[in-house]
Write a protein that binds this ligand. Structure first.
Ligand code: IPE
Ligand code: IPE
Ligand code: MG
Ligand code: MG
Ligand code: MG
Length: 295
C-alpha cells in the first residue's frame, strides 16, 4: 500500500467512525433506513476531500469532521432520491438493494429527508460543543444549502430530468451545466468547507475551489463512462442506466476515448490549480485516482 492509499484508508475509517457516532442505531425503522444507506459503504470521496483540504491549509481535521459527515449525509440522501422510481428507478446502490426496495418508497423519502436535516443539525451541535466558531458554522451551513439546493443538486437533478431524447436543447453545454450543478457543486462545497474549518486565506480557498470544480466535472464524466464500460460488481450499481433511460452523456457526443481524454485534461487542470501548495501530494494523487477509478 502506498502513502496515498494508506492515508485514504485512515480518512475513510475515521469518517465511518464519526458517522456511526453521529447517527447511532436506536431501534426505530426510520433510523435503520437512514443508516442502511449511510453505512452501506461508498467511497467517501466528499468527506475525504474536506478533511484533506482542511489539513492542506494547516487546519485540524477534527474541526472539519462535522462538515465532512454533513456532506456525506447530504450526498447519501441525494443517492436515495436519485434511485427512487420517479427518478432513475434503480434497485442496486453501494452493492445492496436500494433504500426504497428494502424499506418502501414512503420510508425512503423520510430517510432521505432525515439525513438531510441531520446534516445541518450536526454542524450546529459542533458549534455548541466549541468545535466550530459560530461564524464558521454559519458560513458552512450557507455553503451546504447552496450546493444542495436550487443552485446545486436539486437544480442539477431537475435539468437531468430534462435530459430526454426529444429535447433538442441537450448539447455538451447543457450536459456541462447538469454536471456542474448535480455533482461539481458538492465537490466545491467539500473543498470550501475544509477551508472554512482551517480558516484558510482567500488564495488557498480560491485555488482549492478551482481544483474541486475540475475534479467534480471529471468525476461525473468518469461516472458516465463507467456506466458504459464498468461492471455492476465493481460499481455496486446497475450499469447501462443512462442508455436505458435515453439520457445523453459526454460519451454519446464524443465517444469513450475522447471523453476519457477530457477527464484527463480536467485532472491535469486540477493539479495545476494547487501548484502553489507546499503539501499537495495527496490531492494530486486523489485527482489521479478519481481519473482512473473503476468504481
Ligand atoms: C455517485 O457518487 C453519484 C455521482 C455523483 C456520480 P459516488 O460515486 O461518490 O458514490 P459513492 O458515494 O461512492 O457510493
Ligand atoms: C446522480 O447522477 C448525481 C446525484 C446528484 C445523485 P447519476 O444518476 O448518474 O448517479 P448514479 O450513476 O446513479 O450514481
Ligand atoms: Mg440520476
Ligand atoms: Mg442515478
Ligand atoms: Mg451515473
Amino acid at each position: 500500500m502506498n502513502e496515498f492509499e494508506k492515508r485514504l484508508d485512515e480518512y475513510v475509517a475515521a469518517v465511518n467512525t464519526a458517522l456511526e457516532n453521529y447517527l447511532p442505531a436506536d431501534g426505530t425503522k426510520l433510523t435503520d433506513s437512514m443508516r442502511y444507506s449511510l453505512m452501506a459503504g461508498g467511497k467517501r470521496i466528499r468527506p475525504v476531500l474536506t478533511l484533506e483540504c482542511c489539513r492542506a491549509c494547516g487546519g485540524n481535521i477534527e474541526a472539519a469532521m462535522p462538515f465532512a459527515c454533513a456532506l456525506e449525509m447530504i450526498h447519501t440522501y441525494s443517492l436515495i432520491y436519485d434511485d427512487m422510481p420517479c427518478m432513475d428507478n434503480d434497485d442496486l446502490r453501494r452493492g445492496k438493494p436500494t433504500n426504497h426496495v428494502v424499506f418502501g418508497e414512503d420510508m425512503a423519502l423520510m430517510a432521505g429527508m432525515g439525513l438531510y436535516a441531520r446534516a445541518f443539525e450536526l454542524v450546529i451541535e459542533a458549534k455548541e460543543r466549541g468545535l466550530l466558531s459560530e461564524a464558521s458554522a454559519l458560513k458552512g451551513i450557507k455553503v451546504l444549502l447552496n450546493a444542495s439546493g436550487a443552485n446545486g443538486i436539486v437544480r442539477g437533478q431537475v435539468l437531468d430530468m430534462e435530459n430526454i431524447d426529444s429535447n433538442p436543447e441537450v448539447d455538451l453545454d447543457f450536459l456541462g451545466r447538469i454536471h456542474k450543478m448535480k455533482t461539481s457543486a458538492m465537490l466545491e462545497a467539500c473543498a470550501e468547507l475544509g477551508c472554512i474549518a482551517a480558516n484558510a486565506d482567500v488564495d488557498q480557498t480560491e485555488a482549492l475551489l478551482e481544483y474541486a470544480k475540475a475534479i467534480g466535472l471529471a468525476f461525473q464524466i468518469r461516472d458516465d463512462i463507467l456506466d458504459v464500460i464498468g461492471t455492476s460488481e465493481e460499481m455496486g450499481k446497475t450499469i447501462g442506466k443512462d442508455e436505458k433511460q435515453s439520457k445523453k452523456t459526454f460519451v454519446d457526443f464524443m465517444g469513450i476515448d475522447v471523453a476519457q481524454e477530457k477527464v484527463k485534461d480536467l485532472t491535469l487542470n486540477a493539479e495545476k490549480c494547487i501548484y502553489g501548495f507546499p503539501d499537495k501530494e495527496f490531492l494530486v494523487s486523489l485527482a489521479e485516482f478519481l481519473c482512473g477509478r473503476k468504481h
